[in-house]
Design a protein around this ligand. Structure first.
Ligand code: ZN
Length: 122
């Protein structure tokens, strides 16, 4: 039985993980990744997660504003798109339909950045 690494997304053999890595679900290889890169992957996943949720909460909005201010350029862009989406339609239900009617530019941004995939997960 292998173990899932949440950074590279691979299922790897147990010996590919340190004790600490098993707890945090990060393989030895990814543990050596530069902090910036690791942060970018983690923040990206976090932002995708918000779009997948049925509702983007006030707490999520505060977090997104922090990412817009402090994140790396790509993260700032993703976070600001999701903030705008939440301002139009915080609930996931009918979100794409409403965006198509009211903010086609935002729908286009979701598409261009790949964020739209999170909407369709599971
Ligand atoms: Zn890994």
């Amino acid at each position: 039985m292998g173990h899932f690494c949440r950074l590279c997304g691979r299922i790897r053999a147990n010996e590919r993980f340190s004790g600490q890595g098993r707890r945090t679900h990060v393989c030895r290889e990814c543990e050596r990744m530069p902090k910036d890169e690791r942060e970018r992957i983690e923040h990206e996943e976090e932002i995708y997660g918000y779009l997948h949720q049925s509702h983007i909460s006030d707490k999520n909005l505060r977090r997104l504003r922090t990412l817009v201010e402090t994140g790396q350029p790509h993260i700032r862009e993703l976070a600001s798109i999701v903030l705008e989406v939440a301002a139009v339609k915080p609930y996931k239900k009918r979100r794409l339909k409403v965006l198509a009617q009211q903010r086609p530019d935002l729908l286009e941004a979701l598409d261009r950045t790949g964020l739209i995939m999170a909407h369709h997960w599971g």
